[in-house]
Design a protein around this ligand. Structure first.
Ligand code: OAD
Length: 237
């Protein structure tokens, strides 16, 4: 299949589903999790990203999320985020499922976005369910504006369930998609990675963009072995 054929397949698709991971934000300067400079090379997930870790040391966990919040506030969406926002504008049925918690897809202008792992620019009250958007220099922990209880980061930790509506939206979108795009994810975290397999099994044309091989590569009709910015430019022409 030539590049022109792939572009036409994408251009002609009326139903597109996209799964993104940390790799799409790499060009913005947001670290991935499992690369050479990945977060999980320098930090232990079990100390920072589990309900137990938070119970034992909420201050430490909040400091880590505040550090990442500050970093995300200082970066911009990149050309790959913007390309996806543009692709959505011309497509009748477009769903973007992201594992990222950085909010960059929304800042790039994407509308129909579902966050499987939450959003680190928000806090959530475990007592009353209130969710707030964090402002610069927020106190640790931020107090709930509704009930004054300490709030937690609005993210999904290891061992927690995904937000049901987000995962269901993903399953629906990947089941009905004509084209599925899998961008910048190592595809080792479930059930997020299962969306790629669902699309392949349902007969979608699956395009993966990733500099490295992943467990979803074998389900892809086309793999662009390149970074997300170059890959999206190649796809959109
Ligand atoms: P990973 O860090 O596991 O994988 C990032 C992927 O992006 C790798 O496959 C890289 O090859 C690829 N990559 C690196 N640079 C890239 C670039 N410039 N363009 C495109 N791809 C690039 O990140 P995720 O797959 O997102 O979960 O990780 C999934 C989940 O594991 C995260 O949501 C997080 C983490 O633990 C939780 O915290 C619950």
């Amino acid at each position: 299949m030539t590049t022109a054929d792939i572009r036409r397949t994408l251009k002609d698709a009326t139903r597109i589903a996209v799964l993104t991971g940390a790799g799409i934000s790499a060009a913005s300067g947001v670290p991935t999790f499992r690369g050479d400079d990945g977060l999980w090379r320098n930090f232990r997930a079990q100390d920072l990203a589990t309900p137990d870790a938070y119970r034992q040391n909420p201050q430490l966990v909040w400091e880590w999320y505040q550090m990442r919040f500050n970093a995300v506030m200082n970066v911009q969406p990149n050309a790959a985020h913007l390309a996806l926002a543009n692709l959505e504008k011309g497509c009748e049925d477009f769903t973007l499922i992201t594992q990222n918690v950085d909010g960059l897809h929304q800042r790039a202008g994407s509308d129909n976005v579902f966050e499987l792992h939450g959003n680190l620019t928000q806090a959530r009250c475990e007592a009353c369910g209130e969710v707030v958007v964090l402002e610069a220099h927020f106190p640790l922990p931020p107090p709930c504006p509704a009930c004054r209880a300490p709030m937690r980061p609005n993210v999904v930790w290891f061992g927690e369930m995904l937000p049901e509506h987000a995962f269901e939206a993903g399953v629906d979108a990947f089941n009905r998609a004509e084209v599925a795009l899998i961008i910048g994810t190592s595809a080792v975290v479930e059930p997020a990675a299962s969306l790629g397999r669902i699309a392949a099994q349902a007969g979608a044309f699956v395009i993966e963009i990733n500099p490295d091989r992943t467990p979803l590569t074998m389900f892809a009709d086309v793999t662009l072995r390149m970074d997300a910015v170059t890959g999206m430019a190649q796809l959109l022409g």
